[in-house]
Ligand binder design. Structure first.
Ligand SMILES: [Ca+2]
Length: 359
């Protein structure tokens, strides 16, 4: 039996269970998302996963920090959260703010979407300059969190995390940023790097110094899980969004604008990372699914091998807090794609995890 047949068989059970309101849930995983929403569109897919699992009561979305400077990043995040009825989610914009829109001067294939989402969909955030800074948001969220509870999901550059680690005690907390992270974070989940070795955009393109700083200075007591280029890069999602999306779907428009030529198909780096950041390895059963992700290693640590933040895994048996992800045995790329498309085609009014299926 193919795995997606198992999903279909189990889906009615999961829908019944997950149709509860978010306030009725048990132990939602607290998360903070750190996104470079601007230069690629899979961050929109990630925000879909986070908002839907928040509404299902499996995630507690405490905030979204943006690590790119365009004002349209925070505004687009607000539009997507507002679309899901979550206009109260705190959003932080990196300073200095710019009016920049995306131009693909690398491949001349992809196009701007963030400003268009921000200007075509309602949003509670009117002006990015009214948001806290990412450091203020991180410090507030961490200060209010229970010990070792927060999962930080990094799906962009590591600029904000470097700034948080370097932050000093202030009126928000008497702890330094390092101390706050060590005390309150359960796990850092990073879309970045390639495994067991390689080079990748988030690590090396914009701010490789921050990558080096965070990897070197991350508290050794806090787990790090990496989602590498090779995992999401091989799994395409967004197929047939134009056929099966609900009316007025911002992800349909965003993927169409970004991908171009009428296509909505894109690799799945950030949505997969966010799915793991909420469900971990064991949470898929809460969706009525078999486990879909696994650790590819039992020990060792990530190391940077060049100034542009290329990385390689070091097989050190003394280090056990770091892992990289792979698909679980028996799970295919198309099975993961199917699952992500359940999120991408979800209609918020249905008050369920998956909404319609695309089968
Ligand atoms: Ca991203």
């Amino acid at each position: 039996m193919k795995l997606h047949h198992i999903f279909t068989y189990l889906l009615p059970l999961s829908l019944a269970y997950l149709s509860q309101a978010k306030t009725n849930s048990e132990n939602p995983q607290p998360i903070l998302i750190d996104t470079d929403i601007f230069g690629d569109v899979d961050d929109v897919g990630a925000l879909y996963v986070a908002n839907i699992l928040y509404n299902c009561g499996l995630a507690d979305l405490r905030g979204v920090a943006v690590n790119t400077n365009s004002q349209y990043g925070a505004l687009a995040v607000s539009s997507i959260c507002t679309y899901f009825g979550n206009s109260e989610i705190p959003i932080a914009a990196l300073r200095p703010l710019t009016n920049e829109t995306f131009f693909d001067d690398d491949e001349f294939l992809h196009s701007e979407y963030a400003s268009k989402v921000a200007n075509n969909w309602p949003r509670s955030l009117k002006n990015a300059s009214s948001t806290p800074t990412p450091v203020e948001l991180y410090r507030s969220v961490l200060a209010a969190a229970a010990n070792q509870s927060m999962n930080i999901i990094s799906i962009g550059f590591l600029t904000n995390l470097e700034d948080v680690l370097k932050s000093k005690a202030d009126k928000i907390s008497h702890l330094s940023g390092f101390e706050l992270i060590a005390a309150k974070t359960r796990e850092l989940v990073v879309m970045g790097g390639a495994y067991p070795s390689g080079s990748e955009y988030n690590f090396g393109h914009s701010d490789p110094e921050s990558t080096a700083y965070v990897l070197k200075n991350w508290p050794k007591s806090v787990a790090i899980t990496y989602s590498g280029f090779e995992l999401g890069g091989d799994i395409y999602s967004g197929q047939n969004l134009d056929v099966i999306s609900p009316p007025n779907s911002p992800i349909l428009a965003a993927y169409q604008w970004y991908v171009g030529r009428g296509s909505t198909v894109r690799p799945s780096w950030d949505p997969i990372t966010t799915l793991y950041g909420i469900l971990g390895l064991d949470g898929f059963e809460k969706l009525g699914l078999s486990r879909m992700l696994a650790f590819a290693n039992s020990h060792g640590y990530n190391s940077l091998t060049s100034a542009n933040a290329s990385n390689a895994w070091v097989n050190d048996t003394r280090v056990t807090n770091q892992h990289w992800l792979k698909l679980a045995d028996g799970v295919t790329n198309s099975s993961m794609s199917w699952l992500l498309n359940q999120f991408f085609t979800h209609d918020p009014v249905q008050q369920t995890c998956f909404g319609r299926t695309n089968r």
